[in-house]
Design a protein around this ligand. Structure first.
Ligand code: HEM
Length: 345
């Protein structure tokens, strides 16, 4: 085995030593050699805490498609936040951490809010916002891509989605960061307290916004919050007040960091690949494919999770009920088994 500064460097040893709770500092800068070692030598890699890390595209896809892998996180969030605390209630009510039947019902009620018409209505405002931000940047001697552009866009878009008045959007980003930050594996008491406080302030704000919108709804399908409040006209089915408020909080969080990362990673990728930037500038119609490629090449969300609901076999490995599974999205997206010739590495 080759060892540098106490860490193995040959791929087989890198794969077998990989542990999400004890990451090599170099991994955060460039996880791809490690992902490659995992794909090649330990695609279903068991870590010290008994959880499993997946790095091959086909295995990750199978987990996403198979309902025996569960999204519910009550088992993790109980000890982490305390059962029935604010963060617990928020995260266990969010669509993404639920399974059918609750997931099916809440998703069905959320879907009408994401019609092409509702999203199309956001586009002119989004374009005007980006133009404004770029004009401001053009006047600066130096700028911060994340603060001055990438982080500003999603908060405003989701503010538009929920029609939150402009002058009330100030705290949204901090609330979102505090609530998302509380999903990290290791947390200080202060981080947990900040997360609880953010859920409390954000849901109190939304309760008021929802009450206003109930009194004064916009029923032409252009206002997502009014659509969510109205529920399913055909069946009379409604989100409960808690599902409504918590899932509005979740929407902000779901769309926030992911999109910020996409913009930041996309610009960085073009900077590192100037020939691609020249191609894109010459033919801006390439942008849709370019965005797909940004998402694949430097995935803004590197990890997903599921828990095994019943004993099963994945890629020849038996996984017992209860096994926690880490889905290596960033690793799967560079799996040469599915890449077209010449792309990625
Ligand atoms: C680059 C941007 C984004 C990326 C990479 C991304 C990625 C993901 C991923 C990987 C999941 C699946 C999580 C899981 O089941 O384990 C997910 C779920 C979800 N995302 Fe996003 N997302 C992005 C933007 C957004 C935006 C802008 C919104 C809405 C404003 C949004 C709303 C949702 C919702 C509602 C779910 C839950 C779906 C369900 O459980 O049925 N996402 N996202």
């Amino acid at each position: 085995m080759t060892v540098a500064a106490g860490r193995p460097t040959d791929p087989r040893s890198v794969a077998s030593a990989f542990d999400l709770t004890n990451l090599d500092p170099g991994f955060l800068d460039d996880p791809y050699p490690t992902y490659r070692a995992l794909r090649e030598h330990a695609p279903v890699h068991r870590m010290a805490d008994g959880s499993v890390f997946l790095s091959r595209y086909a295995d990750c896809l199978e987990v996403y498609r198979d309902r025996r892998f569960l999204s519910d996180k009550t088992r993790e969030f109980g000890p982490k936040y305390g059962v029935d605390t604010l963060l617990y209630r928020h995260h266990t009510t969010s669509l993404v951490f639920n399974d059918p039947p609750l997931h099916t019902r809440v998703r069905r009620l959320l879907m009408p809010a994401f019609t092409l018409r509702a999203l199309g209505a956001l586009q002119p405002k989004l374009e005007a916002l980006v133009d404004r931000l770029l004009d401001r940047i053009a006047e600066m001697r130096q700028f911060d891509l994340i603060a001055d552009l990438a982080a500003a866009v999603p908060v405003q878009v989701i503010g538009d989605l929920l029609a939150i008045p402009m002058d009330e959007r100030g705290p949204l980003r901090e609330w979102s960061l505090a609530i998302l930050g509380a999903l990290e594996r290791r947390l200080s008491d202060e981080q947990i307290a900040r997360g609880h406080r953010a859920v409390s302030e954000f849901t109190a704000y939304l309760d008021q916004l929802i009450a206003d919108r109930r009194r004064d709804p916009v029923l032409d399908g252009s206002d997502v919050l009014s659509t969510l409040i109205a529920g399913d006209a055909a069946t009379g089915e409604l989100l409960t007040p808690e599902e409504l408020a918590q899932n509005c909080v979740f929407l902000l969080n779901a769309g926030h960091e992911t999109t910020t990362n996409l913009i930041g990673n996309g610009v960085a990728a073009l900077h590192d690949h100037p020939a691609e930037l020249v191609r894109l500038r010459a033919d801006p119609d390439l942008i849709n494919g370019a965005v797909e490629e940004f998402l694949r090449y430097e995935s803004s969300n590197q990890l997903g999770n599921r828990r095994v609901g019943e004993r099963l076999v994945l890629a020849g490995h038996t996984l017992e009920a209860g096994t926690y599974v880490h889905i290596g999205i960033g690793a799967a997206n560079r799996d040469p088994a599915v890449l077209v010739a010449g792309a990625g590495r």
